[in-house]
Design a protein around this ligand. Structure first.
Ligand code: ATP
Length: 459
């Protein structure tokens, strides 16, 4: 590992020598400056990992060095530890107001010095990691591929709506990009630096969902041996995304309504009201108006959630976007599979464009993911897309027409399971309940399988 570079800025040569000795012995590389002006020059030229800064310096005072650093993007994040005599602690506190990370009082105590430096560097490294992860997530969700007039106009309106705190309801078939839009709305909103919390309303039992939303107090039930905060509390200041809201049980709908109306709730087993500042985005592939009529969804909650709503079109209604999306997924999967040269043949593009995509963009993503794994050559031909319904007849284990023999057991099982689910969804015109019936599965189990497939390429 490269040594961290520490700049010592002090006009007292004895202190500089003592610090240099200690830091060299502690495994650091040192640079030194004996006045503020020179210190600032070295900060700008050498970008040290950390600065030890005396406050009383000739040419430019320590406090001014800090102020100048704060104005320079290149060095505003470099951690600075100021050194001061015991009698001048108010100055050190003032320095921390101007961005110093910590202060040390002279005479410097060796172990303390090294610990403070180590902690400052650790914090700096964590800050960088968080920033890198954040930009990774932002990039992943910043890309909404699509040039069709339909999707462009939804993006524009959603960007406008994102600026307000209005609740947003996202409608559309499964796999049309509702979650992607929910994440983008959070990113476009003034809340983007706060958390976005996702709650899947279908995957859990009513009790577990209640617990997940509201948390519980210690002793709320037998196994509740400590207080646990719920996701609404964790999202305070940010956005809550309620996925599959149409599947939320009625009693919980009433409790959620209260949060939307009063911005407060109680933890399970609690009596104290907890206030939260949350923006809600909800999504469903159900017809909520129909669910209201059928008494399965509260009308008052529907109105609260439906302040602004967007219906994401099925992929078959925006076929001009198919090739662009396919290229986008191909690039991602080719990179992950370390097959950078893979491309689609003209016939494969045509097959993709003519297919009806009952599983929408998620299905397209899965088709490309599978094709990258299965295609023996760099040019993907239509047979590796597994799209036509004739193929369904030949999908028998051991059939030599199937290219599974190149795969491991788990890859084959996954590819086959994805194939079966896609075919069932196709037969059921995208309706998960019907598809589950065809497959003789519980609908919630099928939903989980679909979610798992959705999660895999992202991990
Ligand atoms: N316009 C788009 N550009 C790029 N990727 C997209 C786009 N729309 C959707 N995707 C990707 O397709 C997959 C499915 O999208 P998403 O999970 O947002 O759909 P959904 O409507 O929430 O599905 P479900 O109702 O089943 O939860 C995700 O991997 C998502 O990133």
């Amino acid at each position: 590992m490269t040594k961290a570079k520490v700049l010592i800025v002090d006009d007292d040569q004895d202190i500089v020598t003592m610090l240099q000795d200690r830091l060299d012995a502690g495994g650091y590389k040192t640079l030194t400056a004996s006045d503020g002006q020179r210190g600032l020059e070295l900060i700008e030229q050498e970008s040290p990992n950390l600065v030890l800064l005396d406050l009383y310096l000739p040419r430019l005072k320590g406090m001014d060095v800090l102020k100048r650093m704060a104005q320079n993007k290149q060095c505003e994040d470099i951690p600075v530890i100021v050194m001061t005599a015991a009698g001048t602690i108010p100055d050190a506190v003032e320095a921390m107001r101007h961005g110093a990370y910590d202060f040390l009082t002279k005479p410097l105590e060796k172990d303390h010095l090294l610990i403070v430096i180590q902690k400052a560097l650790e914090r700096d490294s964590l800050k960088r990691q968080v920033a890198a992860l954040k930009s990774d997530i932002q990039n992943r969700y910043a890309t909404i591929v699509g040039d069709s007039a339909k999707i462009r106009s939804i993006i524009e309106s959603a960007q406008r709506a994102a600026k307000s705190d209005a609740s947003i309801l996202l409608l559309g078939e499964s796999g049309t990009g509702k979650e992607l839009f929910a994440r983008s709305i959070h990113q476009w909103s003034p809340r983007q630096s706060m958390p976005m919390v996702v709650i899947n309303c279908v995957a859990l039992t009513e009790t577990l969902l209640e617990n997940e939303l509201f948390g519980h107090e210690r002793g709320a039930f037998t196994s509740a041996d400590r207080l646990q905060k719920g996701k609404l509390e964790m999202a305070d200041g940010g956005t809550v995304f309620l996925d599959e809201i149409g599947d939320m049980p009625l009693p919980l709908q009433a409790k959620l309504l209260r949060v939307l109306q009063d911005k407060e709730f109680q933890r399970v087993g609690g009596t104290r009201s907890i206030s939260v500042n949350i923006r809600f985005v909800a999504a469903t592939n159900k017809d909520l108006r129909q669910a209201v009529k059928a008494g399965q969804f509260r009308e008052d909650l529907f109105f609260r959630l439906n302040v602004v709503s967007f219906t994401l079109p099925p992929l078959r209604e925006r076929s001009e976007d198919i090739v662009g999306l396919a290229e986008f997924f191909l690039k991602r999967h080719a990179y992950e599979a370390k097959r950078p040269g893979v491309m689609l043949s003209a016939a494969a593009r045509a097959a993709l464009t003519h297919y009806s995509w009952p599983g929408n963009i998620r299905e397209l993503d899965n088709v490309l993911s599978r094709a990258v794994v299965l295609s023996p050559g760099d040019v993907i031909e239509p047979e590796f897309l597994g799209l036509s319904s004739e193929d369904a007849g030949s999908m028998r284990a051991g059939d030599p027409a199937l290219p599974y023999l190149n795969l491991t057991y788990h890859e084959s099982m996954e590819a086959h399971s994805a194939y079966i689910i896609d075919r069932a969804l196709e037969k059921a015109a995208g309706n998960q309940t019907k598809a589950a019936e065809f497959l003789d599965l519980q609908r919630t189990y099928l939903a989980r399988l679909i979610k798992q497939r959705k999660a895999t390429p992202d991990e």
